[in-house]
Design a protein around this ligand. Structure first.
Ligand code: AMP
Length: 431
């Protein structure tokens, strides 16, 4: 969860700085939406969707991806009414009935962005820049691969060319590819089977026309201008029917067989196919689970923050006082440091009624900086024992003066200082 939170937090901040707002769509949609958009001949729709009937016999689907849902919601809620550009992002679970393996799950999580209403190639460039910047912010390396598959007519021509090339050697391809040849010949190009890969490499690709459309030339110029390294990958076709024009993918060497971190492209016909006005669009989806795996494998420290205070009440009445004390201290840090913009300290309350010895052991285990102890005597005197857990020194402090005590003041000042420093270097502060 810590890795997920890091990704989501940084992504949200970055997406907002590019002008995106979040959209949340339902987990399930009518099956028809995906049949019409992703395409009935794709693996996702023909093999991988969770489909069930509701009480009225309507066929519903756990969403296998979010672009179709976003476009549906955008149309239904008239979000394009002003004729401007809509920049939307989403985060959430998706469902595909695939064979589970490392990096491939039946419930997985995607975050993605869609730009609706922008037909210029600069939209594609901006979107790719955004994805690469996100990975950079997370210190993750990825290889960007791009291709251009053209409009529906170009896609048909490409599929025909693949079909006629592959026809003579179809028995050499895997059974999936043999199936695909009639229905979705483009997918032969990105089959992962090593034998199919070699056939494609040596026998199919050389005879296919390479895209030299002006859009592709402009895309490459744009990426070069923005200093984004890329590789032209003629195999890259992506598995969803709605793509037209630019397609791209980012892979990572650090992942195993499932090495795609994110994928996207232009889908200029989808809005009109779903009943809306002709609207150019481009988007990407990133696999959160895979990215989280990479973060966890890097040398990040995802341990929870150690407490600043571990507050211990000894006996019934002192325990109530201890909880009041914890409340006051949390508020003190909140108003004094949070009002400055963020950093605060963790304050733990002992909740198991342990003896002093075992409570201190617990504080030590949690690497708490201080223990605060309230027993009957302290209760009577209106004081607490403040024990430095590193040196073992302890002092009595009056409760009323606690928030003015030098230890607390120093902690608050530290928090503020960290925050100011972090602002200077552009980092986020650990709580
Ligand atoms: P797609 O919608 O197939 O283009 O997938 C976009 C990204 O989502 C991929 O690059 C993966 O990172 C991730 N992804 C797709 N399917 C799965 C899955 N079954 N399990 C985990 N991640 C997935």
């Amino acid at each position: 969860m810590a890795a997920f939170e890091e990704i989501e937090g940084k992504a949200q901040e970055l997406f907002r700085s590019y002008g995106y707002t979040e959209i949340r769509t339902p987990i399930f949609e009518s099956k028809d939406l995906f049949v019409r958009s992703v395409g009935s001949d794709t693996d996702i729709v023909s093999k991988e969707m969770y489909v069930f009937k509701d009480k009225k016999g309507r066929e519903l689907t756990l969403r296998p991806e979010a672009t179709a849902s976003v476009v549906r919601a955008w149309l239904e809620n008239n979000l394009g009414a002003d004729g401007g550009v809509s920049r939307l992002f989403y985060i959430g679970p998706m469902f595909r009935h695939e064979r589970p393996q490392a990096g491939r799950y039946r419930q997985f999580h995607q975050l993605g962005c869609e730009i609706l209403g922008a037909g210029t190639i600069e939209a594609d460039v901006e979107l790719i820049d955004l994805t690469m910047r996100l990975l950079q912010t997370l210190a993750i390396d990825g290889q960007l691969k791009i291709n251009h598959i053209g409009g529906d007519e170009d896609k048909r021509r490409l599929a025909d060319a693949i079909r006629s090339q592959a026809a003579g050697m179809i028995d050499d391809f895997c059974s999936d590819c043999r199936d695909r040849l009639d229905r979705n010949a483009l997918r032969l190009l990105d089959c992962k089977n090593p034998k199919c890969r070699t056939l494609v490499e040596e026998r199919i690709l050389p005879s296919l026309p390479q895209s030299d459309s002006p859009e592709f030339v402009q895309l490459k110029k744009g990426l070069t201008e923005l200093q984004i390294p890329f590789l032209v990958e003629p195999r890259l076709v992506r598995g969803l029917d709605y793509y037209t024009g630019t397609v791209f993918e980012v892979t990572s060497d650090m992942l195993g067989a499932q090495d795609a971190l994110l994928g996207g492209g232009r889908y200029d016909n989808l809005v009109s196919e779903l009943g809306g006005p002709s609207t150019p669009a481009v988007g990407f989806a990133l696999g959160l689970d895979r990215l989280a795996t990479l973060l966890i494998e890097s040398d990040r420290d995802y341990r929870p923050h150690a407490p600043f205070f571990f507050v211990i009440g000894l006996g019934e009445a002192p325990r109530i006082k201890a909880s009041r004390f914890a409340q006051l201290m949390r508020r003190a840090f909140e108003t004094r440091t949070l009002s400055e913009g963020g950093a605060h300290r963790r304050i733990d309350l002992e909740l198991q009624g342990r003896s002093l010895r075992s409570a201190l052991k617990q504080a030590d285990k949690l690497e708490s900086q201080y223990a605060v102890i309230i027993g009957d005597e302290e209760l009577e005197r209106g004081t607490v024992v403040l024990r430095d857990m590193t040196g073992g020194n302890q002092v009595d402090v009056e409760i009323g003066e606690m928030s003015e005590h030098s230890v607390i003041r120093a902690a608050i000042d530290d928090g503020i200082r960290e925050l100011v420093e972090a602002r200077k270097t552009g980092q986020t502060v650990k709580e």
